[in-house]
Design a protein around this ligand. Structure first.
Ligand SMILES: Cc1cc2nc3c(=O)[nH]c(=O)nc-3n(C[C@H](O)[C@H](O)[C@H](O)COP(=O)(O)O)c2cc1C
Length: 302
């Protein structure tokens, strides 16, 4: 669609919609399907060094305001994932972003090195999953740990990589800047925010894991603020994939105005049919109405 092209590092995207990690992107077939459905780029489910089964059910609940999940990073491990990413790169005809996760800084380097064999266009480093705690907290909980992960990945691969950050921190801009200083080429913001639902009749938390990650509409204002603050911190050159609560063209326009170069779409893939095409045509309609020709013209007035 005219005027929606964007660039993330060296990747040229036909439109700014990116399938976010973990939602219908668990194998090459699903990644290719999202590309056929109109995504500008696709991100795979995070893979770890060894296979992981994940948490027991229930792992997900959907309400009108939000989705809450604690999947527990179930994935087949990097060895098997290499084949899936390779097949996706061959078949998707749009850039493929391979998401990785690990439970030690050293393992982040190892997974990055292995997944690079599949030659994805970019690697996304999930330093923010609520299920990956180091001494009880996420790697992206502080600038020092996040930078150590970024450095390990930088040393392990020549493929551009984006650091995916958590909103559950006091100063996300500072953490993003530390990642960039350590070699990150881009920032993906945000992963889910920690949350919980209660079943009053059962007098228990709804999810088996009790806590999970909040995504969907409720996350949008949190994501907009995070992206705005990251853009302020890292300056104009570092690409940002703004993710959280995007399901319409107006959501995407707002996210780009806040400072994103592209928009990740996760929960809405489940909530809205043909979401990528719908978001793009609504963006185009707004841009036409307001006389914007290119995405970079979408800026907040300050
Ligand atoms: C079911 C589910 C699984 C997810 N798995 C991952 C994952 O493996 N790695 C990751 O980086 N993010 C994961 N996420 C987070 C999403 O990529 C995204 O950052 C978050 O859901 C916010 O975007 P949304 O509001 O569009 O869903 C997952 C989200 C959901 C809902």
């Amino acid at each position: 669609m005219m005027g929606l092209e964007t660039q993330l590092c060296k990747m040229k995207l036909r439109n700014p919609t990116v399938l976010a990690s973990g939602i219908r992107g668990n194998n090459a077939h699903l990644l290719i399907r999202a590309a056929k459905e109109g995504a500008g780029a696709v991100t795979s489910k995070s893979c770890s060094l060894a296979p992981r089964e994940g948490h027991n059910n229930p792992t997900m609940i959907n309400t009108p305001e939000a989705m809450l999940n604690a999947i527990g990073l179930s994935n087949p491990g990097v060895e098997e994932e290499i084949g899936e990413i390779r097949a996706a790169v061959m078949g998707a005809k749009v850039p493929v972003i391979a998401s990785i996760v690990a439970f030690s800084i050293e393992d982040f380097g190892k997974v990055a090195e292995r997944i690079s064999e599949a030659a994805p266009h970019m690697i996304e480093v999930d330093a923010a999953c609520p299920n990956t705690h180091r001494e009880g907290r996420m790697f992206s909980a502080c600038a020092q740990d996040a930078a150590a992960v970024a450095k390990a990945v930088e040393e392990a691969t020549n493929i551009p990589f984006s650091m995916k950050l958590s909103p559950d921190v006091p100063n996300i801009g500072e953490i993003a800047q530390a990642c960039v200083d350590a070699g990150a080429d881009a920032i993906t913001a945000i992963n889910t925010m920690g949350g919980m639902y209660v079943d009053a009749y059962a007098r228990r938390a709804v999810l088996h894991n009790w806590f999970g990650g909040v995504s969907g509409p409720a996350l949008k204002p949190v994501a907009l603020k995070a992206v705005y603050n990251i853009r302020k911190a890292v300056g104009p050159k570092i690409p940002i994939i703004g993710t959280g609560g995007i399901s319409t063209g107006m959501d995407a326009i707002e996210m780009i105005m806040a400072g994103a170069n592209a928009v990740g779409i996760g929960s809405a893939v489940v909530l809205r049919k043909n979401v990528f095409k719908g978001v793009c045509s609504e963006m185009s309609a707004f841009m036409k109405e307001k006389g914007y020709k290119r995405l970079y013209e979408l800026k907040l007035e300050e």
